[in-house]
Design a protein around this ligand. Structure first.
Ligand SMILES: [Zn+2]
Ligand SMILES: [Zn+2]
Length: 374
């Protein structure tokens, strides 16, 4: 099939969009599909051509090489033949139309299909921490149960002294081959579950699984900046892998407890602080608590209740450590409810000086809000 123009094969113009290429390929694949053309060698060739053309034109890198240097260019760049990811792509497009792997059709699936030892599974657990711990980072001890390699059989799954035997059903291939139409297909051997070997006398300690559940405790460093639902990856602390395969990873997902004083919005914090009438009227310097010590906030004279001040960089450090959020301080002017006689008379004096009515009916409010009613 070398030498044929891929654009011609699919019947698309140079510069066709990926959607167009996909459509054209689907059309060609369905038309020339061997099931629809039993015994037709020509159709099978067309079918393969279309698949090859598609595998090149849909891949931006391969397409660029092909557009400039043609098929020879592809081969010199090591792009010859099909790789399995391309088959996955095809299966994705054609859905379950085929019901078998493309690898079978192209004869590239001859490599050893035995189930290989797997790396350990990842584990995930949730951990609740305080807002302060989230802001500053913390070291925590966690307890968990995870699978460890069975020490009795060293993960081999075999009773010590016994051996594995070749699976009689698949003769050790892990796959059972069968004929469908003119294709030879294969499926995973159900007798050995693809392992190619069977264990006649399994290890008693782990019931032949090679793994044993064990309780363990770990010290985990939680960096500053964790938020609700942040996933922290602790490499190599998941479950043990099979044979010599590496352990899985552990993921710690943080939940942040509500704080009595601070509210958090991403990396910003906010809080409310009380201010007396005199402080609000005259201005003041007040101390505001943060997770890294107290900060002095300068309140200008004449501030109103509910006004918000920003303390830059006094929020929470971003988890990547680069920037810090801000702290928003909302001042709430509080009214004294426990005035002494002397304080009362001073306030009355102030009201008098400002022409405010205390004992009589105050008519000025109506005047002030009148225009809001019309
Ligand atoms: Zn064992
Ligand atoms: Zn088998």
């Amino acid at each position: 099939m070398a030498g044929k123009d891929f654009y011609e094969v699919l019947g698309v113009p140079l510069g066709a969009a990926p959607e167009e290429i996909k459509k054209a390929y689907r059309r060609a694949a369905l038309k020339h599909h061997p099931d629809r053309n039993p015994g037709n060698k020509e159709a099978e060739e067309r079918f393969k051509e279309a698949a090859e053309a598609y595998s090149v034109l849909i891949d931006p890198d391969k397409k660029a090489v092909y557009d400039q240097y043609g098929s020879d260019g592809l081969r010199s760049q090591g792009y010859s033949g099909f790789d399995s990811s391309v088959f996955e792509d095809f299966e994705d497009i054609l859905g379950n139309f085929f019901g078998f792997s493309f690898g079978d059709l192209f004869g590239t699936a001859e490599r050893n299909r035995r189930r290989q030892p797997e790396r350990g599974r990842d584990l995930a657990l949730e951990m609740e921490i305080s807002l302060e711990e989230a802001a500053l980072g913390v070291e925590k001890e966690i307890k968990l149960t995870r699978h460890e390699k069975c020490s009795s059989c060293n993960g081999s799954k075999l009773r010590p002294g016994s051996r594995k035997s070749v699976c009689p059903a698949c003769q050790g291939r892990g796959q059972i081959r069968y004929q469908q139409g003119f294709f030879t297909l294969s499926r995973t051997c159900s007798h050995c579950r693809g392992a190619g070997e069977i264990i006649a006398s399994p290890c008693g300690e782990c019931q032949g699984t090679g793994m044993i559940k064990e309780k363990t405790s770990l010290k985990i460093k939680i960096p500053a900046g964790m938020d609700n639902g942040t996933r922290l990856r602790v490499p190599g602390e998941g479950e043990a892998g099979e044979k010599d395969m590496p352990r899985g990873d552990l993921y710690v997902i943080t939940r942040i407890r509500k704080h009595a004083f601070f509210e958090r919005e991403k990396n910003d914090l906010s809080c409310e602080v009380p201010l007396s009438f005199a402080q609000a009227a005259l201005g003041a310097r007040i101390e505001v608590p943060t997770f890294e010590g107290n900060e002095v906030l300068k309140i200008p004279p004449g501030v109103q209740s509910g006004e918000v001040f920003r303390l830059k960089g006094k929020g929470i450090r971003d988890v990547d450590g680069r920037r810090k959020g801000d702290l928003y301080v909302k001042v709430i002017v509080t009214t004294p409810a426990d005035l002494t006689k002397e304080q009362k008379s001073l306030l009355l004096k102030l009201a008098e000086l400002r022409g405010e009515t205390i004992d009589d009916v105050d008519k000025s409010v109506v005047l002030k809000v009148r225009n809001l009613f019309h």
